[in-house]
Ligand binder design. Structure first.
Ligand code: NAP
Length: 339
């Protein structure tokens, strides 16, 4: 029987946190003792797990005693504050926040792509940005067909990417509009129902928002391609769950044929080809919601450029874009006897 692990989830009451618990059950992750951690606000709350109810504790520096693996998803400042305590207590931390992603010594991992970048004995692993993971699940198989020079990406990002409160806001605003009331933005900066807007993160001196900057730099780090040219536009759309992305991949020299691209997608782990021109069925966020695979389709030559192919992607960013990717990292470490 597999060794049981003492597991902690920091951010257990959040949108990503809830997915961890379901994944542990669904995938038979060998949880021995489970610690659910959040803020003081949630202390004492009970969350169902494997037919039982586990009480949420307010996180403290000493919360990680005896923990083997700690999944962090409570924002970057909590990660900066508590990861050193968890590591000192002997845990391996898999962090969903942006706190450590671009630190040169911290591996930034999508297991299907660069699991081998985790050095022996490593105790802090960063889970990439959700839009970057979904993009790379589609693009990585295509990097085997030729040297990719440039990516042009537009995202269509759902409410769940901004957490549980943003999902509630979209539902409430939609109800308000349908009832003839004025929708009031509280969590996100603009009216969300029946609208869309540029991603709600600060804009830097180049005119790119934080989300776009993360996708550019994390893509380069994960693919070990610091020279890769990446142009990204990130937009929030009034979809409850799962992000979609329009992607154009530009190669050095002539682009591979559509059939070779389809074949590469078909053979790649963790992605599913959805490319039915006859019935006009392509990746959609509703179809991607709640499933592990990232959907890839609308594969076509870019007729404006002989070196480029275009595609459309949809993936559940709470799963492959966050909790599932983190659990897969832990599973691979466990299989390798490294947890
Ligand atoms: N949503 C996504 O698709 C996604 C994807 C990739 C990465 N992430 C990252 O995952 C993290 C969580 O995102 P989310 O969408 O799950 O957010 P969320 O739904 O807003 O949940 C936030 C979680 O953090 C906890 N928390 C907040 N302040 C805290 C504090 N001071 N001390 C301890 N716990 C605190 C909350 O606990 P309370 O309930 O007690 O407030 C809650 O459990 C963020 O770092 C986010 O960037 C999210």
């Amino acid at each position: 029987m597999a060794r049981l692990l003492n597991v902690a989830v920091l951010g257990a009451t959040g949108a990503v946190g809830g997915e961890f618990l379901q994944l542990f059950e669904r995938r038979g992750f060998p949880v021995g003792r489970l610690k659910l951690l959040a803020s003081e606000r949630s202390a004492g709350k009970r969350i169902p797990f494997r037919g039982d109810a586990v009480e949420v504790e307010a996180v403290r520096p000493e919360s990680f005693e005896g923990v083997d693996v700690a999944f962090f998803s409570a924002g970057a400042s909590r990660s900066r504050e508590f990861a050193p305590h968890a590591i000192a207590a002997g845990a391996t931390v898999i962090d969903n926040s942006s706190a450590f992603r671009m630190e040169p010594d911290v591996p930034l991992v999508v297991p299907e792509i660069n699991f081998d970048s985790i050095p022996e004995g490593c105790r802090l692993i960063a889970n990439p940005n959700c839009s970057a993971i979904i993009l790379l699940m589609a693009v990585h198989p295509l990097t085997r067909l030729g040297r990719v020079e440039r990516l042009v990406v537009s995202t269509y990002q759902s409410a769940s990417g901004a957490g549980a409160a943003a999902m509630r806001e979209l539902e409430e605003q939609t109800r308000d509009v349908l009832e003839g009331k004025d929708p009031q933005p509280r969590v996100l900066p603009h009216v969300y129902a029946f609208n869309l807007f540029s991603h709600n993160t600060p804009i830097n001196e180049h005119g790119y928002n934080d989300e776009e900057w993360k996708v550019i730099h994390e893509t380069r780090k994960i693919l070990s391609r610091p020279d890769l040219r990446v142009n990204v536009t990130c937009v929030r759309v009034p979809v409850l769950r799962a992000h979609s992305e329009s992607v154009t991949v530009e190669y050095e020299g002539e682009a591979p044929s559509e059939e070779r691209v389809r074949e590469a997608v078909r053979n790649a782990p963790g992605v599913r080809l959805v490319d039915d021109r006859e019935h006009n069925v392509f990746p959609m966020p509703l179809a991607a919601s709640g499933i592990d695979e990232v959907l890839v389709g609308r594969i076509r030559r870019d007729l404006s450029h002989p070196s480029a192919v275009s595609l459309f992607v949809a993936g559940d960013q709470l799963l492959k874009g966050a909790a599932l990717n983190a659990v897969q990292i832990a599973e691979r470490l466990l299989d390798a006897g490294r947890l």
